[in-house]
Design a protein around this ligand. Structure first.
Ligand SMILES: [Cu+2]
Length: 134
């Protein structure tokens, strides 16, 4: 590290090599900051596209579809009730419980807990599904 030149020098020294004169630095920094902002945005959206997914489980005709859903930890699962009466998605191990999902309603769950979780509908206990979080 070269000697600091007062407040803000730390930030600049991270962006610009030492050999840049302060005059060059003045012109280069806005460019570098733009480039950095652009790259950060690109990387962030790439991560969002690749890693965070939203999965939908349809509840239709007293069935969860797909009945077994595999997701990665951090993904969002949305249950969407297409039946004309409420259902729930309730994990047997109590990891999640939607409460009543009304007709045309949805319920979102961010799958943080890894494992295989059997779930059912509290209102119709023969309705069963499995959420696998890897
Ligand atoms: Cu139900």
């Amino acid at each position: 590290m070269h000697s600091t030149r007062g407040g803000g020098a730390l930030g600049l020294s991270l962006l610009a090599p030492d050999w840049l004169s302060s005059r060059l630095l003045h012109r280069a920094v806005p460019c570098l900051m733009l480039a950095a902002a652009f790259m950060a945005g690109t990387v962030a959206s790439a991560i969002a596209d690749e890693k965070v997914k939203v999965h939908t489980v349809l509840i239709d005709g007293m069935k969860f579809s797909p009945q077994t859903l595999e997701v990665n930890a951090g993904d969002t699962v949305v249950w969407r009730n297409k039946d004309p009466y409420p259902h729930t998605a309730t994990a047997e191990n109590k990891a999640f419980d939607s409460g009543d999902i009304p007709e045309n309603g949805t319920w979102k769950y961010v799958a943080k807990t890894k494992g295989t979780m059997a779930y059912f509908c509290k209102l119709h206990t023969t309705m069963k599904g499995v959420l696998v979080v890897k």
